[in-house]
Design a protein around this ligand. Sequence first.
Ligand code: UD1
Length: 419
Amino acid sequence: MGQYIIEGCNRLGGTVKTQGAKNSALPILAATVAVGKPCVIHNCPQLSDIDSTIRILRCLGCKVQRADEMVFVDAGNLSQRKISDVLMREMRSSIIFLGALLSATGEAVISAPGGCDIGLRPIDIHLTSMRKLGVHISESHGEIRCTCRRIKGGKIVLPFPSVGATENIILASVKSGTVTTIINAAREPEIVDLAMFLNSCGARISGAGESTVVIEGVERFNSSQYAIMPDRIVACTYMAAAAVTGSTVVVDEVIPSHITPVFSAFEQAGCRIETSGKQLRITSPERLKAFERIQTMPYPGFPTDCQAIMMAVASVSKGITIISENIFENRFKHIGELRRMGADIKAQDKIAVVNGVEHLQGAFVNSTDLRAGAALVVAGLCAEGTTTVEKISYIDRGYAAFAENLSAIGAVIRRKDNL
Ligand code: UD1
């Protein structure tokens, strides 16, 4: 496991470019299995979760070629319908292959997915939805065998707008020759990106980004080239880096409308944000102010993936900020690590009360999950002295060239990989 070693309190400046969105790239790569025609995906970030997805594609018999941020996939000749337990455990998104495999072959054999330990993360909504679509599911010895001769379509009402379940229903239904309607669908921009990719291949999906999504299953697809949208969470991370260091930074390749709820927290903290096309400039004050209560919610609410990052910001924002985590039940593990750095945070159940201190202090801290790790890097950038962030393999799941990008805008950060 590697480390990031950060010398804090350095002013940042210049332009940093975000990467393609991990949470779009993963389902879109899985979707190539349903498409079954050669696809070229551009702006695919170089992340360990993308490596895991490519391993799954290759195990299923897809031809995959990768060159920098371009991935070519031809899933025209699948040789497997089963994803091994080892591969399933590498990340939560492996579950999205369920819908894609059912579309392509009528069969999928999987097990419970892995991923960051931020809560129980059950897959009951995925499986119930598949059953409603006519999929027969049997579970034994940890193996989940799903088979379906014909997806029957119809109306599926989600009890919660789960991102993954919405993606799985879209993928399972997309080639069914019948109509499926999802009510209370997730509205995240990543759902829109998936639908746009599939539509570019000949699918007929309407309403993506709204609560009702209609999938008119088609018979066949065509090849396509598609570029993944920018990563909104990475954009917010670079904004947080600028905010805690009192810096002015331009973040390039962002879609500002995707991050509106996070903008208002930065603005309340005293930052000025100017947007122009796919760029934004954040100008930060010498001392940040506490901001209004943050409550994580499904999109278009405040994203849970930005909660830890904004807690790092609140840790040095004068006054009291209250943060409620409403999506995942175990997503406060970074609090203990931020406290090691001198943060004044009290937490009970899903509510954290952050009393912003003047300065954090560098310390040895552990990434406890992907976004928690990024939050600790942000904290390290404004801490006095040296911060060593351990277990950075979590951060590698979601941030491409993190240290290089931060160094390029003036941060003093280096990566040390243990051999
Ligand atoms: C996706 C994102 C993740 C983000 C999350 C919420 C990807 C690869 N990951 O995860 O970064 O934090 O959305 O925006 O896109 N739930 C159930 N049963 C289910 C499914 C979900 O109870 O069958 C619960 C989860 O445990 C969680 C909540 O619903 O408490 C949200 O989960 P969901 O929206 O499905 O998130 P993911 O798709 O796993």
